[in-house]
Design a protein around this ligand. Structure first.
Ligand SMILES: Cc1cc2nc3c(=O)[nH]c(=O)nc-3n(C[C@H](O)[C@H](O)[C@H](O)COP(=O)(O)OP(=O)(O)OC[C@H]3O[C@@H](n4cnc5c(N)ncnc54)[C@H](O)[C@@H]3O)c2cc1C
Length: 358
């Protein structure tokens, strides 16, 4: 039996678990996820008859292996093509027909979380939700803290926030955003100089925040676009999209806007009163779309994403070296692009490396 531990159940982790489970016959995969859901920042909520993606808004078809995974390997029932183009707006809120380079924009009738649900669902992995990993430990065969990356019998153990130990694992995968992975490595009980090199490299990857408002209206919007993106990065709003452009998400004749504030606005207002933030973003949406009714939503939801999007990728040298110790880091920040397809592609890649290494 090869014991594989995975911290985090994001898209990257789900893709890696899928590959490992499918290619390593004796792999026993255990996933520890701090939240109650799967798929991390590709997040979906339901409310009454609404379904909405309030983190990543869609999956784009930029990577052949991911396209094959989504359209051929996995069941494509319920996969929906997002209809309508993406227009742009500038600092003044002026809207223009814009770039729409993406060939396909996908979600699912039941939302983007289906990606991780379907991937994990195809495995025998044990997924523990609401289980936050607090301590990572490298132990030798006798169970003592161990330093040697080259020590063949050393394995990994994890402690969760309730004080429960998990493992030992022959291989450990860390999927949280870089700042959270850096913290796990900083406090890890692992006496190896590589740990410090890793902490430095991973800690260098900064993330921007995004504050999201979800706004419901009992009327349809007559506009020619699915979404609006701010191209000059000078507006308090970065993105506005219409969930009704995804089949099965919004009842006919209604509107559900996902309004994502810019990085600068999100950082400045991150801890402000959510009701005030929602009201401010609804006012901005009304101005940009040019419809005063949007300032007064019938129902709202919101989410602050402290670690929303990585500014850059990690220095791959230390990340690659960690494999010698059975430690694999994965996610959008390892891929070097804050995109769902990039996290999935990286997860497939890391899954194959783990399988090869075993
Ligand atoms: C607001 C927003 C909008 C976006 N828009 C788009 C878009 O339109 N298109 C696109 O392609 N991408 C978009 N993205 C980016 C996309 O969501 C991410 O790139 C992708 O989902 C990252 O997946 P991942 O596997 O790297 O990590 P994550 O999804 O971050 O998964 C990591 C998991 O680790 C868990 N975790 C963290 N710490 C611990 C711990 N200590 N113990 C246990 N579990 C832990 C987290 O709860 C999470 O589930 C957006 C992101 C945000 C936030």
């Amino acid at each position: 039996m090869t014991d594989v531990g995975i911290v985090g159940a994001g898209a990257g982790a789900a893709a890696a678990a899928f590959v490992i489970d499918g290619t390593v016959p004796d792999a026993d995969v255990t996933v520890l996820e701090k939240s109650g859901g799967l798929c991390g920042r590709a997040a979906t909520r339901r409310h009454d008859d609404l379904t909405y993606d309030y983190g990543a808004n869609y999956l784009k078809s930029d990577d052949d292996r991911v396209v094959e995974l989504i359209t051929e390997t996995l069941d494509d029932e319920g996969l929906v093509e997002v209809t309508g183009p993406v227009y742009t707006f500038d600092a003044d809120g002026t809207v223009s027909p814009g770039r729409d380079a993406d060939e396909h924009k996908w979600s699912y009738r039941r939302g983007l979380t289906q990606i991780a649900k379907r991937l994990f669902g195809r495995t025998d992995a044990t997924v523990h939700r609401r289980t936050r990993v607090e301590t990572v430990r490298r132990v030798d065969g006798a169970g003592d803290t161990d330093g040697g990356a080259n020590d063949g019998d050393a394995r990994w153990e994890l402690d969760d926030a309730d004080g429960e130990a998990h493992g030992p694992f022959d291989v450990l995968l860390l999927n949280p955003p870089a700042p959270q992975t850096a913290e796990l490595l900083r406090t890890a009980e692992w006496d190896d100089p590589l740990r410090e090199t890793l902490v430095e490299a991973v800690g260098d990857v900064a993330y921007g925040s995004v504050w999201t408002a979800v706004l419901r209206y009992p009327f349809a919007l007559d506009v020619p676009y699915y979404a609006l993106v701010n191209t000059d990065k000078e507006h308090p709003v970065g993105w506005i999209s219409r969930e009704e452009c995804k089949a099965g998400h919004v009842p006919d004749g209604e509107t559900l806007l996902v309004v994502q504030a810019s990085g600068a606005w999100s950082t400045e207002h991150y801890d402000d009163d959510p009701a005030e933030n929602v009201a401010a973003l609804a006012n901005h949406a009304a101005d940009i779309v040019g419809d005063d009714r949007l300032a007064d939503p019938a129902w709202t939801d919101h989410q602050g994403w402290r670690y929303a999007l990585p500014d850059a990728g990690v220095d791959r040298g230390p990340v690659d070296s960690a494999r010698d110790a059975g430690l694999y880091l994965l996610g959008d920040w390892v891929a070097g692009e804050g995109r769902l397809h990039a996290a999935l592609a990286n997860g497939l890649d890391v899954g194959e490396r783990v399988a090869y290494g075993l």
